[in-house]
Design a protein. Structure first.
Length: 148
């Protein structure tokens, strides 16, 4: 049986596991919804962070947010795409991590979310921690321990 030492996993820092801000696709709150939809469809991501002009985290916008807001009484209202802005439809009630968060904090946060934003104490966006990155580390750790 493979035993996983929690202490061994705690050595992985947020800095080395997260995707840094410069590599993260994002939109701004004032962008029209159609811009966000374009970014989401072209990137293939289900959701991306929403930042302000200063690079502070404001929320997350997903394809589901956009589709739900386009749904009228009987049909999809395409005009919404240019009339509504990202900040009108984004999720603002989102979890986040500090750069000094531990591996356990990260693991806990991605149980319910495919990715979680990392922000500093002033709210500046530093990057994202994905569930994939955490699983990759656990997988690597299990195999390294198993082989030694
Ligand atoms: P993954 O773990 O790579 O499947 O990513 C899970 C989710 O994290 C994606 O659907 C996106 O919502 C988000 N994500 C991952 N990488 C990026 C990125 N480089 N830019 C923006 N969002 C990302």
């Amino acid at each position: 049986m493979i035993s996983v030492q929690k202490e061994g996993l705690e050595k992985y820092s947020m800095q080395e596991m997260m995707i840094p801000s410069e590599k993260v696709a994002h939109v701004q709150g004032g962008n029209p919804m159609e811009h966000a939809l374009l970014v989401l469809v072209k990137s293939g991501y289900s959701a991306v962070p929403v930042l302000d002009a200063e690079y502070k985290l404001k929320g997350i916008i997903s394809k589901t947010n956009i589709i739900e807001n386009m749904l009228g009484v009987e049909q999809f209202e395409l005009d919404c795409l240019s009339e509504m802005t990202v900040e009108e439809v984004m999720n603002t009630d989102i979890p986040y991590l500090k750069p000094e968060a531990t591996f356990s904090d990260g693991l806990h946060s991605v149980i319910d979310h495919p990715f979680v934003c990392v922000i500093d104490e002033k709210g500046y966006f530093e990057g994202i921690l994905t569930r994939r990155a955490i699983l990759k580390r656990i997988n690597q750790h299990i195999h390294t321990n198993h082989e030694s």
